[in-house]
Write a protein that binds this ligand. Sequence first.
Ligand SMILES: [Zn+2]
Length: 100
Amino acid sequence: MKQNIKALPEIPEVCPRCYFGRIQPGKRSFAARTAGKPLIVPDFPAWICDVCGFTIYDPASLMNLQRLLTNPPTPYSQYTGPKPTESKPAKSQPKTDQLA
Ligand SMILES: [Zn+2]
């Protein structure tokens, strides 16, 4: 039975570029450009080939970073949990068309 959940890409054990080195966990500075501004994250979690230096940035960390960039935390609004469901007042009696 195959589970149909979206999984992060697996980090290969052997380097996909040189097929010789082993992919080791490490840190790399990550550079990207967001909204025209350069963004550099030092010590970004990455997987690095110990032979050719091929780098795979940690997919989970990349996702977190992306989430931060697309949804920057706003310091002025505080999320205080889901809104309480509004209790609607009982429907007022429909007006009758009785004319005096
Ligand atoms: Zn390699």
